[in-house]
Design a protein around this ligand. Structure first.
Ligand code: APR
Length: 319
């Protein structure tokens, strides 16, 4: 019997619950929210859809942390999303306080869970969660790389008129304006993307525009929605990570993890390719970055470190 608890039952939390149900990723889903009515209402609504779609999953809504006991996986989306004109970093002060409460609740009630954080600003929030909770770093990960890569893949597929499934791609670094799409490691129907550039199927200029659209992918949606940020693709990405853990898939996924010397970086969370299986983050893959990619990656790490400094000034427990 597998149990997933969702801390935050807003746009992403509700979508996560529905996806986990329709895909039968777990046997039980607990939606936790300070707004308990939202958690309870969504749990009931999704449970009612199960008799239409025929999935067998138990749903409940709560504002009591004791209900998350014995969770195998916990996905955190508690927090405030950004509004047009805001960067993810603008959410730091408010979401840091929320993450601290969440860390206390999880530490007390479900310290053995595999915890996936989605709350922004992602890299600093997941790192703060790990410090506040003291949970082992291999069981605390951030969701960003799968989402950023999915945006990069979609934009390439639209440009090249190729199904998304034919595209392999990866985005590394922090989940912000400095993220690093990696065209050199991208393949289209098994062929290196840079070969397509050489053949003139896509110009270098156009490729750079796609890299930039990927970096701005979240903001593009915030601008349309006006009242919140993306939720379908973030939820789909979180579910993929939960499945890799619960089914011991040993899948290579870009995730925000605690770096301990890998890529020459220590004691920072940032997005890199990792193997996810029953022990959580089982291995950090070190891919061979060239000088330009390394420089971009380090620039992104510096941005995460600067935000971490700001977080440490807000809460002295982090320094
Ligand atoms: N504990 C639990 N839930 C909380 C808390 C708390 N301390 N504070 C706020 N929440 C809940 C809110 O009541 C709300 O239902 O978190 C939920 C957040 O949902 P939305 O506002 O719909 O935000 P969502 O789009 O789901 O995004 C959540 O993920 O991608 C990031 O930037 C995004 O930080 C944001 C987070």
């Amino acid at each position: 019997m597998k149990k997933i608890s969702l801390i935050g039952a807003g746009q992403i939390g509700g979508t996560l619950a529905h996806l986990i149900g329709t895909k039968e990723v777990a046997d039980e889903v607990v939606l936790f929210d300070v707004a308990s009515g939202i958690a309870k209402g969504k749990a009931l609504d999704i449970a009612q859809s199960s008799s239409v779609d025929g999935f067998n999953v138990k749903f409940s809504g709560t504002d009591n942390y004791e209900d998350i006991k014995d969770s195998d996986v916990i996905i955190i989306t508690a927090g405030v999303p950004r509004k047009p004109g805001m960067s993810r970093d603008d959410l730091l002060g408010i979401n840091l306080k929320i993450i601290k409460q969440v860390a206390e609740g999880i530490k007390k009630n479900a310290p053995n869970a595999f915890v996936i954080c989605i709350t922004n600003p992602l890299d600093v929030m997941v790192m703060a969660f790990q410090k506040f909770s003291g949970l082992p770093a291999n069981k605390v990960v951030g969701m960003a790389g799968i989402l950023d890569s999915s945006r990069f893949k979609l934009f390439l597929s639209l440009e090249l008129n190729v199904p998304v499934k034919e595209i392999e791609a990866m985005v590394m670094g922090g989940h912000g304006d400095t993220m690093v799409p990696l065209p050199r490691f991208t393949k289209v129907s098994g062929k290196p993307l840079l070969d397509l550039v050489k053949e003139g199927k896509i110009s270098q200029e156009r490729l750079e525009e796609i890299n930039q659209r990927t970096r701005d992918g979240g903001a593009e949606i915030v601008k349309y929605l006006e009242k919140g940020s993306a939720f379908y693709a973030p939820a789909a990405s979180g579910v993929q990570m939960a499945e890799a853990y619960l089914k011991d898939e040993k899948k290579l996924l870009p995730c925000a993890v605690h770096l301990n010397g890998e890529y020459g970086v220590s004691d920072v969370y940032a997005g890199v390719p990792v193997i996810v299986g029953k022990d959580g983050v089982e291995k950090i893959e070190q891919i061979d970055l060239d000088e330009k990619e390394k420089k971009e990656f380090m620039h992104s790490i510096d941005a995460v470190k600067a935000l971490w400094e700001a977080a440490s000034k807000i809460d002295s427990d982090l320094s």
